[in-house]
Design a protein around this ligand. Structure first.
Ligand code: GLA
Length: 736
């Protein structure tokens, strides 16, 4: 809803555009519980006034009287050259400055949101910026982006071009952000904002979430709490390099900037060309970090994630089971095993392709998406027949943006790879992996055709795992002209998005997993094209407690693939009992990644029961609201979280012991998100204990559970081998 300082509310009609009277100064956009207010005065600098709890018109009108005079809403470089800027350009005549003032604004009503667009123009040059805000009607998310237009006679160079800017009033502001590495993604770091500039930057070129992540939360009332306190969250929704900056200078505000990374990415904006920056989505909540997470999850499920209204299938992936040693016999056996345990889908991972250069190791065949008939004499058809016979769906792995120098594709099209002129190729995985140049439209067509050919030949394929296992090493596009080499990072991702858009337009129902050496592409820029992501190549259940925790800040469980794998674990060599592995995997989109042959009958039976139970809680996990309760990063010896249905009639509570010592004291965990008035019956899932817990089958009020919580025993009362130093619990709560 739009409000003006004069207090009248414009009626909002779907898909209508309204031009507002320019006498209006303070303008706000609102979501159900939040407002953002600007001072939009014609001929003046656009001012950001407020972001927080929803305001009424009278308070919006009074913001200046309350002493808030605002900051530039989209600071540009030039006349205040000493200040931090969101936009910096060089005009054709060499002038490095901008001086933007408000020309006007318009408001567009969409089906589920309203968009406010404020037009700015340089006071001297025909150079325009439209600053855009989309406020959703039903979720507390406001998206920001800009449209930068060159009306000058010649090319203007964009040197810095952020999507969004947000001033945050100083106080005791803490920032939560994520760092990591392969097999250790989404590690949480939380610290107070201190003087200086904190930069989170990604320069991978291909995968933008493996090391740092493009999301942050700011806790305004001191160290972040999960379920209380004011928190602002921000997520840049982009597939490529990004830069987030939190600047604390001498002013009254911390200043947050988010945008495409300008690193070696100067962009030459042609006459009449418009550069649209990616969306940065913001949320504000008074319900702490988890409150902001729930807002992002809801928005993501409603408006971003592909097919988010559909329950995800329980699958077995072949990677950790057989690695590259694909063969028909093992594939058939794995299909039969996952079916026998109640699974619904089998995914054949890397290793199935390559004709002239069969993929025996990881140094060949990427780009040659033809079946290796030695491994699979009956081809994909044979596997699809087998899957049909077994009663499971079939999925397949591809890495369409990549090639090996040992491939027919590279033999034919050496000019399709990213490579610096006059230089030897620097290669990746297997000593031969190279990245295809998606700036090139022919490569975009090829990438589209990888999926299109498979789906045309084998329309029964239900699921594709789309991998990307290399960064851009060699800065050089063999397609772009010499003077536009700095467009490589941006044009790569424009090309990738074009290919993905075509794929989604043609195959909207296909399930596609976003994987990039594990969790290297966990960003909302990807998820409109994907149904889920592979959280990490690390399947060790203990480390997963941490990685899934970090991931859950911005991404919902429905998209977070979590697989039960081998013990000892292939990445950490840690031996974690099946019970704990199962419980951790049941926090996300449950699957398995193991050669089921290694499981004993008892273990298989345990998996079968877990899968059956997961089917009961699947709607709660995949569509419910997340309440994080006790962070593993606080090192209290325990981690705990829960999912609650919107109706608050069902919930699943998880508890994981993260350390084991004799006579230790773990905190009791009060629950959250329940209806205090309702009574909930407690049932333990995945039980291994000889005797039931004291609260099994008993009922408690939501009030009691949220004030006190249940005393969870620190260990299991079970046989040796089942009971050991590990302890975890999954409790189903059902309102009477
Ligand atoms: C990447 C993925 C893995 C697996 C391998 C196959 O590392 O993250 O899950 O698919 O590639 O080569």
């Amino acid at each position: 809803m739009f409000r003006y300082s004069k207090g009248f509310i414009l009626p909002v009609l779907a898909a209508t555009m309204m031009t507002a009277p320019m006498s209006a100064e303070n303008v706000s956009v609102s979501t159900p519980k939040t407002s953002l207010a600007l001072d939009i005065t014609k001929g003046e600098t656009l001012k950001f006034l407020y972001y927080g709890d929803r305001l009424n018109a009278a308070d919006v009108a009074q913001l200046q009287s309350a002493g808030t005079f605002g900051k530039d809403a989209y600071p540009v470089y030039g006349l205040s050259a000493e200040a931090q800027a969101a936009l910096s350009v060089q005009h054709a005549d060499g002038n490095l400055t901008l001086d933007m003032s408000v020309e006007g604004f318009e408001q567009v009503a969409e089906a589920n949101a309203k968009v406010l667009k404020v037009q700015l123009k340089d006071r001297v040059y025909p150079f325009y910026v439209t600053v855009c805000y989309r406020a959703y009607n039903d979720v507390d998310i406001i998206e920001m982006w800009t449209e930068i237009k060159n009306g000058e006679k010649q090319t203007v160079t964009l040197k810095q071009f952020d999507s969004a800017y947000m001033p945050i009033r100083r106080g005791d502001v803490w920032m939560s952000h994520f760092y990591g590495a392969w097999a250790n993604e989404a590690q949480l770091s939380e610290e107070p904002l201190k003087p200086g500039t904190f930069v989170i930057e990604n320069r991978d070129g291909v995968r933008n979430a493996q090391t740092s992540r493009g999301e942050v939360m700011f806790s305004l009332d001191g160290k972040a709490q999960e379920n209380s306190g004011r928190v602002i969250g921000a997520a840049i929704c982009y597939t490529g390099n990004y830069k987030l900056r939190a600047v604390t200078d001498e002013s009254e505000y911390h200043q947050f900037f988010a945008g495409i990374d300008d690193y070696n990415s100067e962009y030459h904006l042609k006459k009449n060309e418009t550069f649209v920056t990616p969306v940065t989505a913001f949320s504000y909540s008074k319900e702490g970090l988890s409150g902001v997470s729930r807002n992002f999850h809801r928005w993501g499920r409603k408006y971003k994630l592909a097919n988010a209204d559909r329950e995800r299938k329980i699958l077995l992936n072949s990677w950790e089971g057989v690695y590259l040693n694909i063969n028909e016999k093992d594939m058939a056996q794995m299909m039969a095993d996952i079916k026998s345990m109640g699974g619904e889908l089998f995914v054949m991972d890397d290793g199935w392709f390559g004709e002239k250069y069969p993929r025996k190791t990881d140094n060949s065949a990427l780009g040659d998406w033809k079946v290796d008939r030695e491994k699979l004499p009956n081809g994909i058809e044979g596997l699809l027949d087998e899957a049909k016979k077994q009663g499971v769906k079939f999925g397949i792995w591809i890495e369409p943006e990549m090639s090996n120098t040992k491939s027919e594709l590279y033999d034919k099209h050496p000019d399709w790879v990213i490579k610096a002129p006059k230089r030897e190729l620097r290669t990746g995985r297997g000593g031969t992996q190279v990245v295809l140049d998606l700036a090139n439209p022919k490569v975009q067509d090829f990438v589209f055709s990888v999926v299109d050919d498979l789906m045309t030949k084998y329309p029964e394929i239900d699921y594709i795992k789309w991998d990307a296992n290399m960064h851009i090493s060699n800065h050089g596009s063999q397609y772009l002209t010499a003077d536009n080499q700095s467009h490589l990072y941006i044009d790569y991702h424009r090309g990738l998005e074009k290919a993905l858009q075509r794929i989604r337009a043609k195959y909207p129902d296909l399930t596609i997993q976003d994987c990039a050496s594990g969790g290297g592409r966990v960003n909302w820029g990807y998820l409109p094209y994907f149904d889920e992501f592979w959280t990490s190549d690390n399947t060790d259940a203990l480390q997963r407690v941490y990685m899934q925790w970090g991931t859950s800040y911005f991404f919902p469980a429905i998209a977070m693939a979590a697989h039960i794998s081998n013990a000892p674990n292939h990445q950490t060599a840690r031996t974690v009992p099946l019970k704990f592995r199962t419980d951790v995997a049941m926090c996300g989109r449950l699957g398995m990644e193991i050669q089921p042959k290694v499981l004993s009958d008892v273990d298989k039976d345990q998996c079968r029961k877990a899968i059956a139970d997961y089917k009961c809680i699947r709607p709660i996990v995949q569509f419910g609201d997340l309440y994080r309760l006790q962070s593993p990063f606080e090192k209290k010896g325990v981690a705990s979280l829960m999912y609650v249905t919107e109706a608050k009639d069902k919930a699943v509570f998880y508890w994981f012991k993260t350390e084991a010592f004799c006579n230790q004291h773990l905190p009791r965990i009060p629950m959250a998100g329940l209806d205090p008035q309702k009574r909930y019956r407690v049932t333990e899932l995945n039980r291994i204990d000889h005797s039931p817990l004291s609260f099994e089958g008993k009922t408690f009020s939501g009030e009691y559970l949220m004030q006190n919580g249940l005393e969870i025993p620190y260990g299991h009362n079970a046989d040796w081998g089942k009971a050991n130093e590990w302890a975890s619990r999954v409790l189903l709560l059902e309102a009477l």
